[in-house]
Design a protein around this ligand. Structure first.
Ligand code: NAP
Ligand code: HSE
Length: 465
């Protein structure tokens, strides 16, 4: 393996810029390369290798010098790989690779919690910049990674971890610094949006739409994290920490998936003037922060209602900028790798300019706020929303009165009600509420579910006001 010379001397790597050490007086392509260890050569890692090969001149210019892969960790050395990477760079010794002296930046695109988290922390402690597309490790171990970065004066970049190609980490973490963010709502799981779009367009069942998403490669082989809402919760955590300067943990996020949404709910919602979307929502209230993921009835006139297929979008309301919406591809080889490449260029620039200063380095938004000065996350029961409720009930006099009475006893105000079906058992009774406290709605539903004329509470979804 070719050993490339060090980018900077120890003396200059921690302090102000030194044109001679960083080679700023030389043409970009003659400067010492930034040396990259790639952990993973699958969908995203392969895509990154293609970018570094195909856009070499542009990347060299933008990064103010070459960016070279010097080692690649994989699981299986015998696998045939159609990627522009020298096969002699491949190794199964990821732990050895991340702390090698001739590595400046570690790109973690292997996925999973372990060994990815340990490797990223180890690289940060060793003073490397780490670029990751792994939302799970940043959401779950952001505090530990920040501590490792502070200890080693490394820097963590994670643009690709939230909404793939959409540069939302940069926008929320840097571009909105002159604002107070009031709310952030995202369609951040492409698999779920694809499934809901298909169910809406063709009346397909959840199971059939999921099978189609898997066949097209949108959903994971095990799609539990996608359809159960956990993947969206991870992305919400990353963005909410930046937007609200507060530490949000997975246990703080109320999480409902789309596996209970039926084609009938979607058709009915459309008749009522709504599209059903899986939204990740973080909303500032005087009492604290609401953080939740759930299927939502979105008014057809809202910009998020028009986001179709596997696309993602993030809608932000901030006090000075007003509303913003970012839209694009949240997954896939080329889109995701493009976000990783952008972070890699940022990291290379920081290294070259000799301005590496722990996790506070420009271009590396902190994975958790240094101070817990933002709003505390509210319990789910304190959340406020309008709700869509679908009940299956006996079709007989007095049923509506009993249900309405149960709602009233918990202070739940009904905005509209309709019955579908007549003379069969059960029929569907549909309610849309005014804004209510989640805990009050759930208490009313517990009473309603126990009524002898109520066969089931078929569906409960929030309605975006
Ligand atoms: P992938 O296609 O499954 O590739 C994973 C790569 O990591 C493979 O090359 C694999 O080696 C290697 N690897 C896995 N475990 C390893 C270990 N213990 N030691 C060494 N190498 C190991 O995964 P991916 O789709 O590229 O996803 C990578 C990351 O990007 C994940 O965190 C994912 O959440 C994130 N992400 C992906 C997308 C997307 O569209 N795919 C979008 C956004 C974010 P072998 O090739 O030898 O098996
Ligand atoms: N599985 C995710 C999605 C892509 O469907 O959006 C990776 O974040």
């Amino acid at each position: 393996m070719t050993q490339t010379p060090p980018l900077q001397s120890d003396a200059t790597s921690r302090g102000g810029s030194n044109p001679q050490a960083t080679g700023e007086t030389q043409p970009a392509d003659e400067r010492a390369p930034v040396r990259v260890a790639l952990l993973g050569l699958g969908t995203v890692g392969g895509g990154l290798a293609e970018i570094l090969a195909e856009l070499r001149a542009e990347i060299t210019e933008r990064a103010e010098g070459p960016v070279d892969i010097v080692g690649v960790a994989v699981r299986d050395l015998t696998r045939q790989r159609d990627v522009p990477v020298d096969p002699t760079l491949l190794t199964t010794d990821a732990a050895g690779l991340v702390t090698r002296d001739d590595v400046d930046v570690v790109v973690e695109v292997m996925g999973g919690l372990e060994p990815a988290q340990t490797l990223a922390a180890s690289a940060l402690r060793a003073g490397k910049a780490v670029v990751t597309a792994n939302k799970a490790i940043v959401a779950r171990y952001g505090g530990a990674l920040a501590a490792a970065a502070a200890a080693g004066r490394g820097a963590l970049y994670y643009e690709a971890a939230a909404a793939g190609a959409i540069p939302v980490v940069k926008v929320v973490g840097e571009s909105l610094s002159g604002n107070r963010v009031d709310s952030l709502m995202g369609i951040v799981n492409g698999t779920c949006n694809f499934i809901l779009t298909q169910m809406s367009a063709s009346g397909a069942s959840f199971a059939d739409a999921l099978a189609e998403a898997q066949a097209l490669g949108y959903a994971e082989a095990d799609p539990t994290s996608d359809v159960g809402g956990e993947d969206a919760a991870y992305k919400l955590i990353l963005l909410a920490r930046l937007a609200f300067d507060t530490d949000v943990q997975l246990a703080d996020v109320s999480c409902e998936g789309i596996d209970t949404v039926s084609a009938a709910d979607i058709a009915r919602a459309r008749d009522l003037g709504y599209a059903v979307k899986l939204l990740a929502v973080a909303q500032r209230r005087p009492e604290g922060l609401e953080a939740r993921v759930h299927p939502t009835l979105v008014p057809l006139a809202h910009p998020l209602a028009s986001v179709q297929g596997a696309f993602n979008a993030v809608f932000i309301e901030a006090d000075r900028s007003g509303p913003l919406m970012l839209y694009g591809q949240g997954a896939g080889r080329r889109p995701t790798a493009s976000a990783v490449a952008a972070d890699l260029v940022d990291a290379a620039l920081q290294l070259r300019r000799g301005r590496r200063d722990g996790i506070a380095a420009p271009g590396a938004p902190r994975p958790v706020p240094a101070l817990r000065r933002g709003p505390a996350v509210l319990p789910t029961a304190e959340g406020l929303s309008r709700y869509y409720v679908s009940l299956r009930v006996a079709d007989e006099p007095g049923v509506l009165a009993a249900v309405a009475s149960a709602f009233a006893s918990e202070g739940v105000s009904i905005a509209s009600c309709l019955q579908e079906g007549r003379g069969v058992d059960p029929v569907d009774l549909i309610f849309v509420t005014h804004t209510v406290r989640d805990g009050d709605l759930r208490a009313a539903l517990a009473t309603i579910a126990a009524l002898p004329t109520v066969r089931s509470v078929a569906s409960v979804m929030r309605v975006l006001a």
